[in-house]
Write a protein that binds this ligand. Structure first.
Ligand SMILES: Nc1ncnc2c1ncn2[C@@H]1O[C@H](COP(=O)(O)OP(=O)(O)OP(=O)(O)O)[C@@H](O)[C@H]1O
Ligand SMILES: [Mg+2]
Length: 264
């Protein structure tokens, strides 16, 4: 289980990106983070895997506190799927998926890219779970569509048996039909491996369709936490409401300017 106790993150410049969040995410949950741009979703994900360290409060993965001493260890238990996939374009789909295992391999095996038969079987299995065909295994990633590349990134994220997968806007650059099908693949794969997922999205309809639980943030705080059927239209309006525009005071009429200022 993941647990956050009164976690805040203030960036230099005094931006409070995450404001006193306490949260428990049980194993196996498919949790979607919603919220307008700047709400703190990516920062929250960074706090979960130790890429961002809290200004105050604590993050625990089971009994292990996520802190500066064990960032690397935690990142081996939690995989991340970025919007900018970070695949290696000249390598095949299969090798990109296998590369998800690299941190878990001894250095000499990683250097000669020696993957066991079990690893190869797992990579093929994952590629089929995310909806890619076996006859495409050796295609270069650079020759794949955006949706296919995102599927490869999902398969790679599951390669090293993570306990949790974080996906930061995984379908932001895909068209709606492909997005839906890629999210369905992510959900299916997480169910097959009983892996917890925290996925940030900007599309409310996908959150309603795929999430076990929706956590909505605004200005660093959680403003909704519940199942998709608990979230109301008015709650959604509140999450995404526009901040009132800054009121501009009308300029003083010229006649009111003191004479000495005009003279100067
Ligand atoms: N490294 C940083 N240094 C300073 N401020 C930062 C940094 N990263 C994020 N912020 C600020 O923290 C706040 C939260 O940013 P964050 O990226 O977590 O939001 P988000 O919900 O992921 O937004 P988006 O939907 O646009 O990705 C924003 O005001 C942002 O400008
Ligand atoms: Mg973000």
């Amino acid at each position: 289980m993941l647990q956050l106790d009164s976690v805040s993150k203030i960036y230099p410049g005094n931006t409070k990106a995450v404001d006193n969040i306490s949260l428990k995410i049980p194993d196996g949950e498919f949790c979607v983070l919603l919220g307008p741009s700047g709400a703190g979703k990516s920062t929250l994900m960074g706090l979960i895997n130790g890429l961002v360290l809290p200004t105050s409060g604590s993050v625990y993965l089971d009994d292990e506190e996520v802190n500066s001493r064990n960032q690397k260890k935690v990142q081996q238990r939690i995989s991340m799927i970025h919007q900018q996939l970070h695949l290696v374009p000249r390598l095949s789909m299969l090798h990109n998926v296998l590369s998800g295992k690299l941190h878990a391999l001894p250095l000499w095996r990683a250097l000669i890219k020696h993957f066991s038969d079990d690893d190869q079987r797992r990579a093929c299995q994952l590629l089929s779970e995310v909806g890619l065909r076996e006859n495409q295994l050796h295609r270069r990633v650079s020759a794949l569509s955006g949706g296919q590349q995102q599927r490869v990134a999902i398969a790679r994220a599951f390669m090293a048996h993570p306990e949790m997968v974080l996906a930061d806007e995984p379908v932001a650059s895909l068209d709606p039909t492909v997005s839906r099908s890629v999210l369905a693949s992510l959900k299916y794969t997480s169910q097959q491996h009983k892996t917890t997922v925290v996925c940030s999205l900007h599309q409310v309809d996908y959150a309603l369709e795929f999430a076990d639980r929706i956590i909505a943030m605004r200005a660093g705080a959680i403003v909704f936490d519940g199942s998709p059927d608990q979230i109301s239209e008015s709650a959604l309006t509140e999450i995404y409401k526009q901040e009132p525009k800054i009121k501009v005071e009308p300029r003083q009429p010229e006649g009111d300017i003191p004479q000495e200022v005009v003279a100067a």
